[in-house]
Design a protein around this ligand. Sequence first.
Ligand SMILES: CC(=O)[C@@H](O)[C@H](O)COP(=O)(O)O
Ligand SMILES: NCC(=O)COP(=O)(O)O
Length: 250
Amino acid sequence: MPTKLSVNLNAIAMLRNRRDLPWPNVVRFGQIALEAGAAGLTVHPRPDERHIRFSDLPLLLDLIRTHFPDREFNIEGYPTEAFLDLVEQHRPDQVTLVPDHPSQATSDHGWNFIENEQLLATVCGRLKRGGMRVSLFADGDAGSDQLSVAKAVGADRIELYTGPYGGCFDDAAAATAWIVKLGDTADLARALGLGVNAGHDLTVANLPALCARIGDLAEVSIGHGLTADALEFGMAETVRRFRRAIGDLI
Ligand SMILES: CC(=O)[C@@H](O)[C@H](O)COP(=O)(O)O
Ligand SMILES: NCC(=O)COP(=O)(O)O
């Protein structure tokens, strides 16, 4: 099975939130991504709603369920009671649990599964009884002692945190070292019966080596790098549209 692309809309939402205006429209960008063949959409609603707003969720869910019923909705976040209520209201296909403190600018580490075993067992059980697949954010070099607990608490998958790999964009030797670690961690997870997703700072440049090493990578969720490319590759036509609007170009 080829790796599935889930487009993370947080960066689009962050741009939208710079103004009290409805653009860029998160649902419209989700629709464009799905029309282009993305396998799903990812959102990471944070308690302060600085990116995705809670009010975005029913609209995105409706987009998928009504117009793209074969695609998936993935909601990421730290499992507070408020977050669990939110996902239970919307019942996405997948919930990715992330050990983020509300003050973090972005996700920057995976779970310590051993220290959080009780919490994760309770939450995984609750979400799976609600019919949702559960993926747990994991460090790219998590060992078998950690991953065996991820399996024991009932997770279906782990999501490898690829931020340190993405940070090696100008250092080929360091990137190769991370590919080895990420690949070994994926092998351990699969041996335990866990599916493997990956995400954070993935790009067109760093995906091929990752996908080559982890042959059965189930899903990558990508926001920041994909949004940067969307701006770059859409810029020329957009400037032409604005020039036409002021009569500078016929
Ligand atoms: C869980 C994770 O990997 C993060 O990448 C996060 O979901 C990205 O969201 P932001 O773009 O809002 O930091
Ligand atoms: N789960 C990771 C994700 O959704 C996207 O992260 P990024 O591409 O914005 O770093």
